[in-house]
Design a protein around this ligand. Structure first.
Ligand SMILES: O=C(O)C1=C[C@@H](OP(=O)(O)O)[C@@H](O)[C@H](O)C1
Ligand SMILES: C=C(OP(=O)(O)O)C(=O)O
Length: 426
């Protein structure tokens, strides 16, 4: 699909999408909990759909009912030996340790960019947890045979927090007692806060977090709250809403609803970047108002919130001066190599991006040019280019525009509802 975005001004009120980080964790927690769980405000991005599929293959039943999902689980009992996690990095890294709780061989695969993303963490750690693993040189497909048994281990957290999220869930499911996961150099820390928060909400045994350096499951035995029906409301998504807020700062006068300013989501940090850029905003408990203003270059460290790079680059393109964003090492293994794809596609829009050590330097404030760009099948690159288009000197055509379905299927509709001129064609 091609999305053509014409120069536009946007105004009005819009609801933030459901967070796939919150939704996918809720699916996993509902599977681990046993009994009945109710999920309100469910997401329906491709990653969310993949998570619902996986928990059913692991024995849960899922019922859709008027904007809520009812999940029943009797614990983890795989009903198949072939599980596909779609294109979701979190999905595969969170569910693989849960899949490994079964005692027979299961093949795990994925789709699209996920086939290129690193999984060697599992090759390194699983033998210490009684899990036999065969991988394709540290990539998909992989085969695991458990059952996983919690043990004291030391893991490397620098590549991704997602593997740790999976281990924390699986240790909890296996009723870990008196066991510690030690983590070196953990990145994306707030995502672990979200994992622990969801685990707690679902009454799962939750470890003590010792400054993100170790996670200790104490000696207490945990009686799963089988008969308690847990109700969970999926949080509004700061990662997707970051694109709306930046769109507002570039071209708007808009209000975004449904975001929790007290959320532990990493990408809530977009507010700081917008303030540093001089955006005019009013932040209230349940809504954020933001309008176009003159913007200036800023300095931001995105090491722990790497998904903000694409909207930050679109913002920086409209900020006078050179914006510096730290943390490009975190971008190499996302849906695309995002430092390079941002550099390549924004060059077509007339924006120079330099990559220097761990820094990205964006030269902003010049006219954005009409261009034909590619998403590289990366949802966040597609959305970043759409924002850049809002005040360009002509239309911007985005190829492979359907990539947005991975996290934010309503994105083009939402900006169109706000008045952006968008045409979608095949
Ligand atoms: O746990 C999560 O929900 C996520 C963690 C982050 O990954 P890393 O921990 O690999 O940075 C983030 O980039 C990803 O989009 C979602
Ligand atoms: C990298 C992302 O997701 P995941 O790692 O879960 O595929 C993302 O949403 O930008």
């Amino acid at each position: 699909m091609i999305a053509t975005i014409h120069p536009s001004t946007i105004k009005g009120t819009i609801q933030a999408p459901a967070s796939k980080s919150s939704m996918q964790r809720a699916c996993a927690a509902a599977l681990v909990k046993t009994g009945t769980s109710i999920i309100n405000n469910p997401g329906y991005s491709n990653d969310d759909r993949a998570a619902l599929q996986v928990i059913q293959q692991l024995g849960a039943t899922v019922q859709n009912e008027n904007n809520r999902i009812i999940i029943s689980s009797k614990g983890i009992h795989a009903t198949t030996n072939e599980i596909n996690c779609g294109e979701s990095g979190l999905g595969i890294r969170m569910f693989t340790p849960l899949i490994a709780l079964n005692n027979f061989p299961i093949n795990i695969n994925g789709e699209g960019s996920l086939l290129q993303r690193p999984m060697q963490f599992f090759d390194a750690i699983f033998p210490d947890l009684n899990v036999q693993i065969k991988s394709n040189n540290g990539k998909l497909p992989i085969q695991v045979k458990g059952p996983l048994q919690p043990a004291n281990i030391t893991v490397d957290g620098h590549l991704s927090s997602q593997f740790l999220t999976g281990l924390l869930m699986a240790f909890s499911a296996a009723h870990a007692q008196n066991v510690t996961i030690t983590v070196n150099d953990l990145k994306s820390k707030p995502y672990i806060d979200l994992t622990l928060k969801v685990m707690q909400h679902f009454c799962l045994k939750t470890p003590h977090n010792n400054h993100y350096e170790s996670f200790y499951f104490d000696a207490a035995s945990h009686n799963a709250a089988q008969n308690v029906v847990v109700e969970y409301t999926v949080e509004g998504d700061w990662s997707g809403a970051a694109f709306l807020l930046v769109a507002g700062a570039i071209a708007g006068n808009i209000t975004v609803k449904g975001l929790d300013v007290d959320s532990v989501q990493a990408d809530k940090a977009i507010l700081q970047a917008l303030m540093d850029a001089g955006a005019i905003m009013s932040i209230e408990t349940q809504q954020i108002h933001i309008q176009q203003s003159s913007l200036s270059a800023f300095h931001f460290n995105a090491t722990d919130c790497p998904d903000l790079f694409p909207p930050l680059v679109a913002l920086a393109a409209y900020c006078k001066g050179t914006t510096v964003i730290e943390g490009i090492e975190r971008l190499a293994h996302k849906e695309s190599n995002r430092a390079l794809t941002l550099q390549q596609e924004f060059a077509k829009l007339g924006v120079t991006i330099k990559l220097q050590d761990n820094l990205m330097l964006v030269e902003g404030g010049n006219e954005i040019k009409a261009a034909n760009v590619s998403s590289h099948h990366d949802h966040r690159i597609a959305m970043a280019c759409a924002l850049a288009a809002l005040k360009a000197n002509g239309a911007v055509e985005i190829n492979d525009a359907e990539a947005i379905n991975k996290s934010y299927p309503d994105f083009y509709h939402h900006i169109n509802e706000l008045g952006a001129i968008v045409s979608l064609h095949h």
